[in-house]
Design a protein around this ligand. Structure first.
Ligand code: C2O
Ligand code: CU
Length: 466
């Protein structure tokens, strides 16, 4: 795949793009719940004309909607998903963040489902699976970014030990660019290079939806960053936000926060205790670095939704029960240490739409993804310490499938509380250190940059254990 020095290329893609029609009550995807320990889903991936941001648009959908249905399961449940591919490109499915087997019909990223074909996934959650918010999306190397940007994503909620609230909401944040004829805007070379960000930021497929609540009510918001490249710095000035957890990790007690940074792929579990007034759920700007190009790596500030809290205080806020602390992998000996580096290396010169550019190869440790090469061979049952460095000029979110990561150091600052993540942002010129628990689920899977244009370009590698 050609990666070129973008300074020689024009920065916008062709074709006029549309503005969205804002407003509308926030809608939530249909929730499918497991029964007797099993959730069976017939899942069809297909292009559809539907309404996005108040306009008719031809997008990609799971079962006809954007986002797809929400799957609600409990630890110990089994997910049986028959995925039928009605797209015109190959696809597959990844249950992002679930700690489940990567083999066979499990969360296997090496499956490729051709157009017109289907595949039966069977995914068994262990009895002690963490609760929280996870998600499903395509993972066929080479088509991931296009398929997510087109609209293929949905929430998975693992329930069990929640804080009691007056209302649960799932907010799936994504972005998309549409042309005036309602098709998905083509991506420019620079957008691919930097990781594309859509013109329209959507919450559950809606543009700037409205939320209403009454004072004193307490809600749980499960926010998923399903954008292919955009970083979200979530803030809700005027309301009290408390963080319950990120990804599959839990705070020991709700922690008051002004903002939460969600790299692509991250999720936040938030408590919002409603106070009178009208406010906005926003993402603040985040500079993710940009090859020396002005603004190229900027995830700009955007209003995601408006919140109106009116009426008499309901007084329904209940105390937060104590919860068992997350396990601490530091109590186990480290079997092996390794270093892994994001790399962007200059290759030869090549021609692009705007003239000559220099080719750039994306990968880890100087190599682009190869499905049949094992990049990290891990001993069965090991605990490993991985140092992930980023010598490149932009941030990259590091995502490891299947095996949970405990963050122990970010930019040479130790992390003291047990902090579990499945996506960890590695800032430009920075490093993070994690412990990885390989004690279960032997098999082969991948780690990759969750800027999905980077993943498709080769910033992915394999890990095998067992
Ligand atoms: Cu959410 Cu391997 O991806
Ligand atoms: Cu990246």
């Amino acid at each position: 795949l050609p990666w070129t020095n973008p300074s020689t290329w024009s920065s916008t893609s062709e074709g006029a793009r549309v503005e969205a029609v804002p407003g509308g009550e926030l809608l939530e995807p249909e929730v499918l719940r497991s029964q007797d320990g099993v959730l069976r889903v017939d899942l069809v991936a297909e292009a559809r004309v539907t309404e996005v941001a108040g306009r008719r648009a031809q997008v990609l959908t799971y079962n006809g909607t954007l986002p797809g249905q929400t799957w609600q399961v409990r630890p110990g449940d089994r997910l049986e998903v028959r995925l039928r591919n009605e797209l015109d490109t190959a696809t597959n499915m990844h249950t992002h963040g679930l700690v489940v087997s990567p083999q066979g019909n499990g969360d296997n990223p090496f499956i490729s489902i051709a157009p017109g074909e289907s595949f039966d996934y069977r995914i068994d959650l262990p009895e002690d699976h963490p609760t929280g918010v996870f998600w499903y999306h395509p993972h066929r190397h080479g088509t991931v970014a296009d398929q997510l940007f087109g609209g293929l994503y949905g929430a998975i909620i693992v329930t069990g030990d929640e804080v009691p609230v007056s209302r649960d909401r799932s907010l799936i944040v994504s972005d998309i660019s549409l042309t005036t004829d309602g098709t998905i805007a083509p991506v420019s070379a620079q957008e691919v290079m930097m990781g594309r960000e859509g013109d329209l930021v959507l919450v559950n497929g809606q543009h700037k939806p409205r939320l209403a609540a009454r004072p004193g009510e307490r809600e749980r918001w499960r926010v998923i960053n399903a954008c292919t490249s955009r970083y979200l710095r979530l803030a809700q000035p005027g309301q009290d936000l408390e963080l319950l957890g990120v990804d599959g990790g839990h705070e020991p007690a709700p922690r008051a926060v002004d903002e939460v940074l969600l790299a692509p792929g991250n999720r936040a579990d938030l408590l919002v205790t409603m106070r009178n007034g009208t406010s906005e759920l926003r993402t603040l700007g985040y500079d993710r670095g940009g090859m020396g190009m002005m603004g190229a790596g900027m995830s700009g500030p955007v209003t995601l939704a408006t919140l109106a809290v009116t009426g008499q205080d309901t007084g329904t806020t209940r105390p937060v029960p104590e919860r068992t602390a997350d396990p601490d992998l530091r109590e186990r000996p480290v079997d092996r240490r390794r270093e892994i580096a994001f790399t962007m290396t200059m290759g030869g010169a090549m021609m692009g739409p705007g003239g000559m550019g220099e080719m750039m190869d994306l990968g880890f440790d100087g190599r682009a993804f190869a499905a049949d090469r094992v990049d990290q061979q891990v001993a069965a049952g090991a605990v490993e310490e991985w140092t992930i460095t980023n010598p490149t000029p932009m941030d990259h979110p590091f995502h490891l499938h299947v095996w949970p990561m405990q963050l122990i150091e970010t930019d040479r600052e130790p992390v003291l509380e047990p902090t579990w993540r499945d996506v960890v942002n590695v800032p430009t010129q920075g490093q993070v250190r994690v412990l990885v628990d390989f004690s279960r689920h032997p098999g082969r899977s991948v780690y990759h940059c969750h800027i999905l244009d980077h993943e498709d370009a080769g910033m992915m590698a394999t890990v095998e254990t067992g």
